[in-house]
Every structure is written in C-alpha cells, then in structure tokens.
Ligand binder design. Structure first.
Ligand code: PLZ
Length: 453
C-alpha cells in the first residue's frame, strides 16, 4: 500500500461536469465494489453507507463514480452542497487560503475570515438586534454549544426537545435526538435534564392547529419540567431526519412567545433547513420568528466542515472568555469556503431558485400522489420536499416500500435519501444549482421506481 502523495493530475468536478445521467456499469460497478470490500475491512461497521458507489467527481446536479457512472444527485450530501459540489468560487477560495495558511487556532491567534463569517451570519439571520456568533465544526457541536450558552445565560439546566427531533450523535445531542435506532441504541447513558414535548405533525396529529399543538406542548413542558427549571427549547423549524415535518402555521410563534415570557432561550436548529434550502435564507423566516439563538452548519460552507451559533448579544456574551472554543473551530479553510458560499447564495439568488424547485417538485409529486394512494402526504418547502409512503388501506407507515423505491432509484442512477421516525419518508434535497432538466429526469426515475415497487 502506497502512502506517497498522488502524482496523478487532479480530477476536476464542479458545474463543468456533463450534466446528464449516464450508467456504464451496474450500480455499484466493479471499482466501487472493490473499494467497498476494502471499506468493510478497514472502516468500522458502525459507519454505514447508503449507496456504495465511490465518488470521483461531483458538481451541478450530478455525482460521477469511479466506474464512470454519472448519477443524479437528490441528496446534496444531506443538504450540504446547496451551491453545488466543488463550486468554482468555493474551490478557488479554499485553494487561495490553503496557500496562505491552513491553521492557527483562532483562540490563539485570530484571522479576518472568522470575523467576516461572524459578521455575515449576524447580518443574515432573522432579527434586527445586536448579535454575536461563535463558530464550530459540526452541527452537533454547535447544538451542544447553544445549550451550554443557554444554560450559562439563564442559570437553569433543563432542555426541551421535540418528538421526531434530530440534533446529532454526540452524547448531549443523542439525548436531544428522538429516534433510538440507529442513532442511540446501545450508546447510553444519555445526558440528563433533557425532556421531550409533542410536536405539530399535521399529517398524523388529527388536524391540530398550530396554536392547539403549541398549547399541548406547553402544557407538557409546564407540568413535566416547569419553566423555572428550563434553560432552552430547541426545535427544527422543519424537522429533517424525523421526516421533513412542517409544523402547522402558528406552532413556532406560539412556542417562541411562551419562551420569551418565561425566560427560556428559544433555539432554532437550522442545520438542515438553513441557507436558502427552504426558499428563504432561513426557515424561521416562513413563520416570521426571530429565534434567540440559531444553529447552522451543512449549507454554510459548500461542503467544508463548519457550524455556528448566532444569536442575541446578551445571551451569546454571557459565557466567560475561554468558555467556548476548540482547536479547529472556525478553521480558516472552512471560513474562506463559507464566505464564498454565502456570497454565492446572494449573488445567484438561490433562495428564489429553491422556490422554483419547490414548484417543480410539488407539481410532479402531487400528480404522482393522485395516481398512487401509497403516497400519503406530499410536504416540505423550497428544495426540501418529501413524500410519506403508507399502506393505503390503514394509513400505516410503509418502510419496506420506501426501502424498495430507494433501492430501485439507486440502481437507476438517482441518489435518493429516506428519513422519518417510521422510515417511510423519501426526501428530496437537490443542489439548488441543479437544472430543471435533471430535476425532471430524477423525478421520472422516482416515478418508475415507485411503479416497479
Ligand atoms: N441538527 C437538524 O439535520 C445532521 C445526520 C446524518 P452534524 N443531519 C444529518 C447522520 O446520519 O449522521 C443534523 C441535522 C440537524 C443537527 C445535525 C447534526 O449535524 O454536522 O451531522 O453533526
């Protein structure tokens, strides 16, 4: 096995890759299968793989594998590459930064990129009040820090998360995450002082209004936790891993009003919904809410690992100097990528593009639903749409069908992700730069995969 640096010419991805689906082998092909065998021998089994094709280049709306197959990307690496994979502006910014310096540790000696990302997030997030930002590496790490900050600020300990929530895989964020398998099972004990409240889930809660669902949640919180003990509420404005659940209108504003009135920090986890994905820069904007703290990651930096907590200055500044940090937090390469990424969302108005994609997806998915009663619900916002698959007679979740549809789509060259507490939701998270033509072709593959399943 060679460990010398490769002398092969760099493979170039980005939007110049031919934007068409093309299969030249079965999926996965022989080279991917060989790599997968090496993966199984070298990588811990707990690190699962949804679709074992190994990637050589990606960009625009496609991913090309080591066998020369080109797949349509409806996943964006789980809502990360909104600006496209290897977006030229991002790749250039990272190359320039890598040639200057790759690391100093911001908490030892600073650099402008970190400060500029903080300024950009303070300006971009909802709320016209004085804000501060702290940068981290992953979504889970930022969620943990938001909770630390809320506890320090309020002097209280309890945290409420919601049914179907997903907030990460670290110890505290496993406690916040609702679903046991695969995220938590066997990995306890979990962090204490985490409580769970019911969500608004319009398709499955018997048509509760947003206000009614909020009243139900608040009653549980008041009786089981008590506002006097509660540091923070954390909620995804649209739940991601839990099933792309859009709460009924009014649910989030009512929770926020209650939090304000009770000295409880309202944390919006916009890790999956952030950065133009839902047709607004942040999903909180659809409900007109201004969270106290907003957690971001994923779409922030075009694929480089970066996350942030942004929020009210008086809350963010409550932690003592040295209380927040980490060796790599706000890494200069990731900050350079974030500045280029954020500028791309703005320059290319990718929120508008997400709204166009919503129209395209919603139209096609609703038509499929009319023809196929196994599609129980079509929901989402912007380029974050989903279908929930059910047994038409009983309305029961159909996870087996969902798995068959995803497998058929994969075999036909479409990267398709599932999600949901009941494993019966297919979610659509294309790069915002995907062409209409590719999006339509991907939806044709979905239609055929459904028909064959
Ligand atoms: N909060 C809302 O969606 C990450 C998980 C993938 P990290 N979701 C993808 C997996 O199976 O591990 C996520 C999220 C929301 C927090 C996180 C956590 O972000 O960057 O994966 O830590």
């Amino acid at each position: 096995m060679s460990i010398a640096p490769s002398t092969e010419p760099a493979v170039v991805g980005g939007p110049s890759l031919p934007q068409r689906r093309e299969l030249v082998t079965e999926i996965p092909g022989p080279r991917s299968r060989a790599l997968h065998a090496r993966k199984s021998a070298a990588v811990a089994s707990g690190v699962g793989v949804t679709l074992p094709v190994y990637v050589e280049a990606a960009g625009g709306g496609v991913v090309r594998d080591v066998d020369g197959n080109t797949l349509i990307d409806f996943g964006s690496g789980i809502a990360v590459t909104g600006v496209g994979n290897a977006a030229p502006a991002v790749a250039e910014a990272v190359q320039r930064q890598a040639a200057a310096f790759t690391h100093t540790c911001f908490t030892i000696t600073g650099y402008a990129g970190y400060v500029e990302v903080a300024e950009a997030l303070n300006a971009l997030t909802p709320g016209d009040f004085d804000k501060r930002t702290a940068l981290f590496n992953s979504g889970a790490e930022a969620v943990e820090n938001a909770v630390k900050i809320a506890r320090h600020h309020t002097g209280k300990q309890a945290v409420v998360a919601f049914d179907h929530a997903y907030h990460g895989r670290t110890n505290l964020t496993m406690a916040l995450t609702a679903k046991s398998m695969p995220y938590k099972s066997g990995f306890g004990p979990f962090a204490p002082e985490v409580y769970r409240a019911p969500l608004s889930y319009p398709y499955r809660d018997g048509g509760l209004s947003g206000a009614e669902a909020a009243a139900r949640a608040i009653s549980v919180i008041e009786k089981q936790v008590g506002a006097d003990n509660l540091a923070a509420l954390i909620v995804e404005p649209i739940q991601g891993e839990g099933g792309f659940i859009v709460p009924a209108p009014g649910f989030l504003p009512a929770l926020l009003a209650w939090a304000r009135a009770n000295d409880v920090v309202f944390i919006a986890d916009e890790v999956q919904t952030g950065f133009a994905r839902t047709g607004a820069m942040f999903a909180s904007e659809h409900e007109g809410i201004e969270p106290d703290l907003i957690v971001t990651a994923k779409g922030i930096a075009g694929g480089l690992p970066l996350s942030a907590v942004t929020g009210r200055a008086e809350i963010m500044d409550s932690a003592h100097p040295g209380g927040l940090g980490g060796t790599y937090t706000g890494n200069p390469l990731a900050c350079a990528a974030a500045l280029a990424t954020i500028e791309t969302y703005r320059r290319d108005d990718l929120a508008e593009r997400a709204r166009e994609l919503e129209t395209l997806f919603r139209g096609r998915l609703n038509a499929l639903r009319t023809a196929d009663p196994r599609i129980g619900d079509v929901r989402g916002r912007g380029a974050m749409m989903a279908i929930e698959l059910v047994d038409p007679a009983a309305g029961a979740p159909d996870a087996a069908l969902t798995g068959r549809v995803a497998a058929a789509a994969h075999a036909a060259g479409l990267i398709l992700l599932t999600c949901g507490t009941y494993g019966n939701v297919i979610r659509f998270l294309p790069p915002l730069v995907i062409s209409d033509e590719l999006a339509r072709e991907g939806l044709d593959v979905l239609r055929d995969s459904l028909a064959a399943s």
